[in-house]
Write a protein that binds this ligand. Structure first.
Ligand code: SF4
Length: 117
């Protein structure tokens, strides 16, 4: 099988072609650095995405605080992670970098605040 991708690991957006079978990656071409190769392999074998959202705050200045995952989560778990994030109401005060949800749904990623409230 063959798949054309656009690398998202940096703003250059190199076009990458991956040839693969059900069990292995045969070749990665078009990337101009190792990060592109790693991105392409992950995208074929276990696609992940960084997650950004916001969490409700109880008793804060603002009703929500922005959050992000501290590492990418499996793409097929994004919807469930968003449901989990939407179910949380964190108590003020919230500090930037504070872990709001640890190891969300067993993905190994923490959801951390990206601002104060
Ligand atoms: S292959 Fe390397 S240079 Fe090209 S977009 Fe990906 S990270 Fe950037």
């Amino acid at each position: 099988m063959k798949r054309d991708l656009t690398c998202v690991a940096c703003p250059l957006g190199c076009p990458i072609t991956v040839e693969y079978t059900d069990t292995e990656i045969i070749s990665v071409t078009g990337n101009t650095c190792k990060r592109g190769e790693a991105y392409a392999k992950t995208e074929i074998t276990n696609p992940t995405r960084s997650l950004t959202s916001s969490v409700k705050v109880c008793g804060g200045v603002l009703p929500v605080v922005p959050v992000k995952s501290d590492k990418p989560v499996p793409k097929d778990m994004l919807f469930d992670c968003m449901k989990e994030i939407n179910s949380v109401c964190v108590k003020a005060p919230v500090k930037i970098g504070q872990v709001i949800i640890e190891n969300i749904l067993g993905t190994g990623a923490n959801i951390v605040a990206t601002n104060n409230d």
